[in-house]
Design a binder for this molecule. Structure first.
Ligand code: NAP
Length: 305
């Protein structure tokens, strides 16, 4: 019995040698890219960290010729430092990576007949009359984006419009990502803010969804997907769970959109996205609230992603 268990564990953790695939990863040193590399490696495939910059076409071609990838995943992108406000004053740099560079990569993948998975953003919608705040009616992939108030979001909308014309592309719309690495991502941001706005949003728990991204790549799934857990949570609902599970002494205050707009350059996207299309492929992706509780419990028990 013991022998069978050991064999099964080995079998599920590693693919057979003949099935090992080469993944070329752009943005492999970034937050999301590093996690993707970890998952691919853990599964027994080869994760090759791309050296070329997205805007340097010939370098990408040379790298593909050299590494012969079966799949390419792009998690390179400009998000701005310390935040997306940076993009307002660095428009050409943002455009060159988020639009021109990413299209460049998609075009080369098309020429080489390689499937491309692109990590993009769901921050391209905001609540409106058809999708009122708190209604639970999420924007679907078929509905046109309605939030381009920040230059960052604008670049991602322009990109999507053209990128999805390529038949070899899967576009994953990550929104407000978080993981057990609490110093990064959405929770990492809001636990350091003295004041928060309080509005429900869709969120992407990377621990749940990045393994799906790798699986979707292996299955060569194409098209556009809202890459979020089902449901939505507000900033204070999340912070109340943070207090309950990890930091009982944590305090925060709420402020209005008007007050928030005084301390940021551009408005932020607040919306619920429908996860229905993704759930048809992965029905076990947990509701956001269950997943966040699970994240906090893992941190408490030191089981980090
Ligand atoms: N983090 C979020 O809150 C969030 C939310 C939704 C969607 N996303 C999307 O997810 C993607 C990854 O985000 P992340 O949080 O992992 O960002 P990150 O930690 O800043 O990593 C981005 C990576 O992209 C690389 N990069 C930037 N411009 C490049 C170029 N022209 N050519 C090649 N590599 C380039 C960076 O390398 P260098 O440092 O060497 O430039 C870095 O390794 C982005 O497209 C972002 O829009 C992120």
């Amino acid at each position: 019995m013991k022998k069978i268990t050991i064999f099964c564990l080995f079998f599920f953790a590693h693919v057979a040698a003949s099935e090992v695939k080469n993944f070329l990863i752009f943005g492999a040193r970034g937050w999301i890219g590093q996690k993707i590399v970890g998952i691919i490696t853990q599964q027994g495939h080869n994760a090759i960290c791309a050296q070329s910059r997205l805007e340097n076409r010939q370098d990408i071609i040379n790298e593909i010729e050299k590494t012969k990838p079966h799949y390419i995943i792009n998690s390179a992108g400009i998000t701005g430092t310390p935040n997306v406000d940076w993009c307002e004053t660095h428009k050409a740099e943002t455009l060159r990576t988020n639009v021109i560079g990413t299209l460049n990569l998609a075009d080369i993948c098309y020429m080489y007949n390689i499937h491309l998975t692109n990590i993009s953003t769901g921050c391209i919608y905001e609540y409106d009359e058809k999708h009122p705040l708190g209604s639970g009616i999420g924007f679907t992939e078929e509905e046109a984006p309605n939030f381009d108030a920040s230059f960052y979001s604008k670049t991602k909308i322009k990109l999507e419009e053209l990128l999805l014309e390529y038949p070899n592309v899967l576009n994953l719309r990550v929104k407000m990502p978080l993981s057990t690495e609490l110093n990064k991502g959405f929770i990492g941001k809001i636990i350091h803010y003295k004041k928060i706005i309080n509005v429900p949003n869709s969120l992407c728990v990377l621990d749940d969804l990045l393994p799906c991204a790798v699986d979707m790549t292996l299955r060569e799934i194409k098209g556009n997907y809202n890459f979020v857990n089902p449901g939505a949570m507000s900033h204070s609902e999340i912070l109340d769970l943070y207090k309950k599970y990890l930091a009982p002494d944590h305090t925060y205050e709420s402020f209005s959109f008007e007050e928030q707009n005084k301390v940021i350059t551009t408005r932020r996207s607040n919306a619920e996205l429908s996860a229905s299309k993704l759930l048809k492929l992965y029905p076990d992706v947990p509701h956001i609230k269950d997943s966040i509780i699970n994240i906090f419990q893992k941190i408490k028990n030191n089981q980090l992603f």
